[in-house]
Design a protein. Structure first.
Ligand SMILES: [Mg+2]
Length: 337
């Protein structure tokens, strides 16, 4: 029996490991991956960004989302929709600052005293941050589902919201996951894919299997305007998973993962067809699409299924900011108490 602590720690750690496995091949086609790394592609930790095993923007942002949830919990705001979202937005603004950028939002100058991640030098590294995340947070106003900032459906929303599903004090993970993504991504497929991921993670923590979790999240998804594209992507993943051996070529029929619904679909597919967490992550990064983001999202899901014990120890050991990630997982679990 895998306990809650194992699943929460597993989800954040495996997400970071998947992100780091995908980092060296994010912008390579499948053929280029094979030319550079052999016919099996990436099989374990490789250096990137001058580090032995570097996380990228996906994990950096995920950590700031986790910090925002911890601060909202400490402020007693997790059940207060507008207050919690403002706290989470300020956590995003601190991520923006860590990237050396500034914002025209009025709270930008006043958000630095909250939180502690901004003090970590290691997070002040640019690891190919997404344009929409940067520009959305530079806006003088906060993006919401009702008043979107843009029409982007990039995967920058879904890749960072896992902590929303893992924070048990959040009673409406689908809604908050979608709202957090909509801070930067205004297209329904950009934020509903994120809500879906948060809802799936919550079901997995309760011990549901992934197909059950998807069925429940699909029901919730269907109630949101503009859900059709995300619904279709998830259904394609479920049906492809029941249809033959997993291969990168088959995976690539789900898309390139640069957009939210495809990244979600590919991550779900990788977990559904794999025997263990190691196999999930290798499948999730060895394809021509956005490898670090699919590695991160598939890791978030697989870690909640198999727990931290499912991650090969020699993949955790060299992981950049490993101690900070584990500490945040504990804080997310306890609400920062
Ligand atoms: Mg990245």
């Amino acid at each position: 029996m895998i306990d809650l602590e194992e699943r929460i720690r597993g989800s954040l750690l495996a997400g970071a490991v998947g992100d780091a496995l995908g980092a060296p091949v994010e912008f390579l086609s499948l053929k280029e991956i094979h030319d550079r790394h052999g016919s099996r592609g990436v099989t374990g930790p490789l250096p990137s960004y001058g580090q032995p095993f570097a996380i990228t923007d996906d994990t950096q942002m995920t950590l700031f989302v986790a910090e925002g949830l911890v601060l909202a919990s400490r402020a007693g705001a997790l059940q207060k929709p507008s207050e919690r979202l403002r706290i989470l937005h300020r956590a995003h603004l601190r991520w923006l600052r860590s990237q050396g950028a500034s914002s025209r939002h009025p709270t930008f100058g006043r958000c630095e005293d909250e939180g502690w991640l901004i003090g970590l030098e290691e997070l002040h590294q640019r690891r190919a941050p997404g344009h929409t995340c940067l520009s959305g947070l530079q806006s003088p106003r906060m993006g919401t589902i009702e008043e979107p900032l843009n029409t982007s459906k990039g995967c920058g929303g879904v890749m960072r919201v896992a902590p929303v599903g893992l924070a048990l004090g959040v009673q409406d993970p689908f809604r908050l996951g979608a709202e957090v993504a909509a801070l930067t991504h205004g297209h329904p497929s950009g934020y509903l894919s994120a809500g879906f991921l948060a809802a799936v993670l919550r079901s997995l923590l309760a011990g549901d299997d992934l197909r059950q979790a998807c069925t429940a999240a699909l029901e919730e998804l269907a109630r949101w305007p503009g859900h059709e594209e995300t619904t279709e992507a998830v259904r394609s993943a479920l049906s492809l998973a029941g249809n033959g051996e997993p291969t990168p070529e088959r995976l690539e029929t789900l898309g390139g993962a640069w957009v939210g619904e495809e990244a979600l679909a590919i991550a779900l597919y990788c977990v559904l067809v794999s025997e263990n967490l190691e196999a999930v992550l290798l499948l999730a990064v060895n394809h021509g699409g956005d490898s670090d983001s699919t590695g991160a999202i598939a890791g978030n899901i697989a870690g909640a299924v198999w727990g931290a014990g499912g991650i090969p120890a020699n993949w955790i050991e060299p992981l950049e900011l490993r101690d900070e990630i584990e500490k945040l997982a504990e804080l997310v679990r306890t609400g920062g108490a």
